[in-house]
Design a protein around this ligand. Structure first.
Ligand code: AMP
Length: 542
């Protein structure tokens, strides 16, 4: 017997029309590339999104067409999210940190018809115009007064909106239609596309809102440092309007001083981003001797949050939520809120749990398997490749059957490429990427576990552990360290600290000191680059 309930499609445009009606005055504040701070509300934004939808139609954009963006976090980028998906087209966000070859590859692979770009990126597009399709239309996201001089035929965003009507009759799309597209910033091979549907996007927003209720509520102000150009800023442009939270977009300046000033000025309660960004902010906090006024919550994900970073925030009374996910998962898979029974626990016990990668959010199933694909117990000990299943996880890569076949298992689960264990309370612990694990004499060593301890050393600003080939043991760990300001890290001293947590054979064989670590397009340490850079490094007993 079937239930007798209406079936309405889950559509992205409905999120903003809802916010405009129920939370009309919640704000979107943006640091603009023009240099000033811009303020608007969800109600005003819906009206501009209506105009933009008409303008897109005017450019010839129809259902299923791909429209690309190359832009920082700001209100115009937010408007594009809703207008493009709202008319039934696909919003393809491009990461500006990709190489020109990768960028031209994905524009071609996606079949983009129009590219909307911030003024900042005009010189970049001028350089690579020859690599892009001839018929790609270019729209600069600014007004007439700020249009840059250029030899390229550039359209102006505000002119395009012109005097189009503010209301748009949003079509009743199929909820399974594609709404947005994001390519993984693969460090090897070509990037692969995750094509999100309206349904997956709305469900993901609700899942995120349910799982992170401290930040996502009416009256709270959230700073997405995590970019709109990568995995939909972890779903914030949808989850915030859904819950009535306000958004503060930082624009291009993401250094500690700029973020501190913006957060204090805008009374930001919750800030979301990758660990490298919080390292910068913590530097400013130490300089100022205090946290920005009103700051009470930080969501850290994208790479492992070092325990020393979690402790630094928590010691200031700022709640840390350590989350895990990936592009292919929309992206959020877990949330790091403490179990209620731990409310009265000591700081060390809380830190131990917060350093794990959190518990799965509703709708995202997790399994770990051994090399033969057998399920492993969730006992906190067994570690194996992590697979996921759910409504917000890709069923395959866009236009890439080969990668799809590699990623999916026989039961239809998606292989994350992460090695993990899951404890009896359901907390996930990411031990490593499969390709970053160090295999020494048939046993493996987790680079993440070693890094976590080294990061707490006062002489270390940041670090990475990579595998180097070894004639006897196959691979051995090399520690790469960036010193804290004015410090000279001592390898023997670091090894003594590590010995408190690891067996002797797990300790790094050698240490090299560098000025900084290479980052990927999404702000993670690029171990691939480090492995290439130190390929000829000879370990002491190799
Ligand atoms: P991306 O698709 O660029 O978001 O990268 C996803 C990958 O980042 C995951 O498969 C993990 O390897 C890594 N990652 C994300 N969040 C965390 C976390 N909290 N701890 C450790 N690794 C993480």
């Amino acid at each position: 017997m079937k239930g007798m309930m209406m079936h309405r499609p889950l559509l992205i445009a409905d999120i903003l029309t809802y916010a405009a009606e129920v939370y009309p005055d919640a704000e979107i504040v943006s640091v603009r590339t023009e240099g000033d701070v811009h303020r608007t509300t969800y109600a005003q934004t819906l009206r501009r999104v209506g105009k933009l939808a008409h303008a897109l139609k005017g450019l010839g954009i129809g259902t299923g067409d791909r429209v690309a963006t190359l832009a920082w976090n700001g209100y115009r980028h937010f408007e594009l999210y809703y207008a493009i998906s709202g008319i039934g087209a696909v919003c393809h966000t491009i990461n500006p940190r990709l190489s020109p070859e990768q960028m031209s590859y994905i524009v071609g692979h996606a079949g983009d018809r129009v590219l909307f770009l911030d003024t900042t990126f005009v010189p970049l597009i001028e350089k690579i115009r020859g690599l892009l399709p001839d018929d790609l239309q270019l729209v600069v996201m600014t007004d007439r007064a700020h249009m840059p001089e250029s030899g390229l035929p550039l359209l102006c965003y505000e002119d395009l909106l012109g005097d189009h009507p503010e209301s748009y009759d949003w079509p009743d799309l199929d909820e399974n239609d594609a709404g947005s597209l994001c390519y993984t910033s693969g460090t090897t091979g070509n990037p692969k596309g995750a094509l999100y549907s309206h349904r997956s996007t709305v469900l993901h927003s609700m899942m995120v809102a349910l799982s992170l209720p401290a930040a996502l509520q009416e009256g709270k102000r959230i700073l997405p440092v995590v970019p709109l150009f990568h995995v939909n800023a972890w779903g914030l442009p949808y989850a915030a309007p859904l819950t009535g939270a306000s958004l503060v977009f930082p624009g291009p300046a993401l250094d500690g001083d700029s973020l501190f000033k913006l957060m204090e000025g805008e009374q930001v309660f919750s800030a979301w981003g990758v660990p490298t960004v919080w390292q910068g902010l913590l530097g400013t906090i130490r300089k100022e001797g205090r946290a920005p006024n009103g700051f009470g919550d930080v969501v850290i994900g994208g790479s492992a949050a070092p325990s020393s970073m979690i402790r630094a925030f928590e010691d200031m009374g700022i709640n840390v939520c350590h989350a895990w996910g990936m592009t292919e998962m929309s992206p959020v898979g877990t949330q790091g809120n403490l179990p209620a029974r731990m409310a009265g626990a000591g700081a060390d016990a809380k830190l131990a749990v917060k350093s794990k990668q959190g518990r799965r959010i509703f709708g995202c199933e997790l399994k770990i398997v051994d090399d033969a694909g057998n399920r492993l117990p969730h006992d906190g000990e067994a570690a194996g490749e992590l697979f996921v299943r759910g409504n917000t996880i890709i069923s395959g890569y866009f236009g890439n059957d080969e990668a799809t076949q590699k990623a999916m298992d026989a039961e239809g689960w998606f292989g994350t490429g992460d090695v993990a264990s899951i404890d009896r309370d359901g907390f996930l612990v990411i031990r490593d990427r499969t390709k970053d694990l160090i295999k020494s004499g048939g046993e493996w060593i987790s680079s993440l576990d070693l890094e976590n301890v080294v990061m707490a050393h006062p002489d270390v600003a940041s670090c990475a552990v990579i595998a180097l080939p070894h004639p006897k043991w196959d691979e051995r760990p090399l520690l790469v360290v960036v010193p804290a300001e004015g410090k000279t890290p001592d390898f023997e001293d670091i090894k003594t600290k590590l010995s408190e947590h690891f067996a002797k054979w797990q300790l790094p064989d050698d240490m090299v000191v560098v000025e900084d670590l290479p980052l990927t397009a999404t702000g993670k340490v690029s171990k691939l680059t480090l492995r290439e850079r130190f390929a000829d490094h000879v370990l002491p007993d190799a």
